[in-house]
Design a protein around this ligand. Structure first.
Ligand code: SF4
Ligand code: SF4
Length: 84
């Protein structure tokens, strides 16, 4: 029998690459992103992942105007992480 590897996802946001536009927050169907309260080096708050609930749809990634600010990471059951 072939077992299916269970996958979960998480999001990583680089604080100093994020300009705090909020597009990712609006794009997320699961509402698992929010604006943080800490300032980055540009003096703006930046988006943060709430820590659970991401389904890996990629909506935040495609909505983000800043290359490299946000990454969706797939985590397989064996703890291998793949950046998408
Ligand atoms: S990948 Fe989808 S579910 Fe996960 S944070 Fe981005 S928009 Fe939300
Ligand atoms: S869409 Fe990109 S730049 Fe805008 S708040 Fe989200 S991560 Fe930051």
């Amino acid at each position: 029998m072939t077992g299916k590897i269970k996958k979960t996802h998480r999001v990583e946001i680089i604080a100093d690459e994020c300009k705090g536009c909020g597009r990712c927050i609006n794009a997320c169907p699961k509402k698992v992103l929010e604006m943080g309260t800490v300032f980055n080096f540009m003096g703006t708050t930046y988006a943060v992942y709430k820590g659970s609930g991401c389904i890996g749809c990629g909506g935040c990634f495609y909505a983000c105007p800043e290359p490299g600010a946000i990454s969706v990471i797939e985590i397989s059951e064996d703890d291998n992480e793949v950046q998408q």
